[in-house]
Design a protein around this ligand. Structure first.
Ligand SMILES: [Zn+2]
Length: 91
């Protein structure tokens, strides 16, 4: 009985450990584009990085942060679509 309890505890600890590790690894998705999602401009040294809902966002300038913050869901969708387009183009 004690052994069973111990192995149960071990499994729980392992599961928690693994899921904790996994969520730490994919906590932030890297920004997939080479351009600012707001203006479409290339990202250069002035580019700003922020994280929204676990997604890294790179914007070409501070003005774009304001625009992104005004409607983040819209820009997240645009990032998704841009990635899909890029993947479709590769095939
Ligand atoms: Zn900008």
């Amino acid at each position: 009985m004690t052994t069973l309890l111990r192995s149960c505890l071990l499994v729980v600890v392992l599961l928690v450990g693994v899921s904790g590790l996994a969520s730490a690894v994919d906590a932030v998705k890297p920004y997939p584009l080479k351009t600012c999602i707001v203006t479409g401009d290339d990202l250069d040294a002035d580019a700003t990085v922020k994280v929204y809902k676990g997604q890294e966002i790179k914007l070409c300038c501070k003005k774009c942060i304001k625009k992104f913050d005004a409607d983040p869901e819209k820009y997240l969708k645009e990032i998704d679509e841009a990635v899909k387009k890029e993947q479709a183009g590769k095939k």
